[in-house]
Design a protein around this ligand. Sequence first.
Ligand SMILES: [Zn+2]
Ligand SMILES: [Zn+2]
Length: 275
Amino acid sequence: MLTDYHVHLRPDEPGETAGSAFTAANAERYREVAAERGIEELGVAEHVYRFSAALDVWQHPLWQEFATDDLDAYCEFVREETDLKLGIEADFVPGREDRMRGLLEARDWDYVVGSIHFVAEGALDYDVYDVWNSGRSADHVWRTYFTWLGELAATGMYDVLAHPDLVKHWGKERPWPEKDLRFYYDLAMEQIADSGIAVEVSTAGLRKPVGEIYPSSGFLEMVIDAGNPIALSSDAHTTDQLGFRYDEAVKFLSDHGVDELAVFDRRERRLEPIG
Ligand SMILES: [Zn+2]
Ligand SMILES: [Zn+2]
């Protein structure tokens, strides 16, 4: 089985409306392209900050700009008008865990994908609020990112840890730490291991300046040693990106001895052989 769970029907551009993305015909288009690419397990995980309910959790200016959609209408659309799994990509915002937990627990997901896109107010993968304009060192940003990643896992609020080393998004276009990267991974690893969270292997990084899969080989080795299950996704925002460069991801997984993927149904997890 192949999965693609971290998928967005709604493009990131602010002008796009939910009305054009959340239609049965659009969902069917995604389903057809995924089927052509051998992906049977398909689900959507829209960004929580596209929904007005997210403003009860955090009021970052980017969220204020984007939070226009109705969260319950999205859930109802996916359940009633599509055969896709229902997920959400929810940020971990330190200090706001209880508010995010309330938002998540009030709805009936197949899975919740947990992400960190910001360190403090600075974005890791969006240059408008670029974290690297803050004058903080690479060591500080990477330390904070991986410390929070462990905290994300420890909340127990998330089923899948998304794009685990997103902090590398810009590659060498931004400051890069001098230490061996395993130093930073170690800051998260104990909590990741204890939580048992599924760790996402995402081909999105291949489309980004860094040009490599999230996470790195070193990070993946550590989570495999810890015994965490692996989830596979493309983070597609268009049908072209469904199963994006999965041949490379499947080889990457088999090179690391991974032969099963996490599959979710109403927040119950099982493992299925890759293929
Ligand atoms: Zn993300
Ligand atoms: Zn995403």
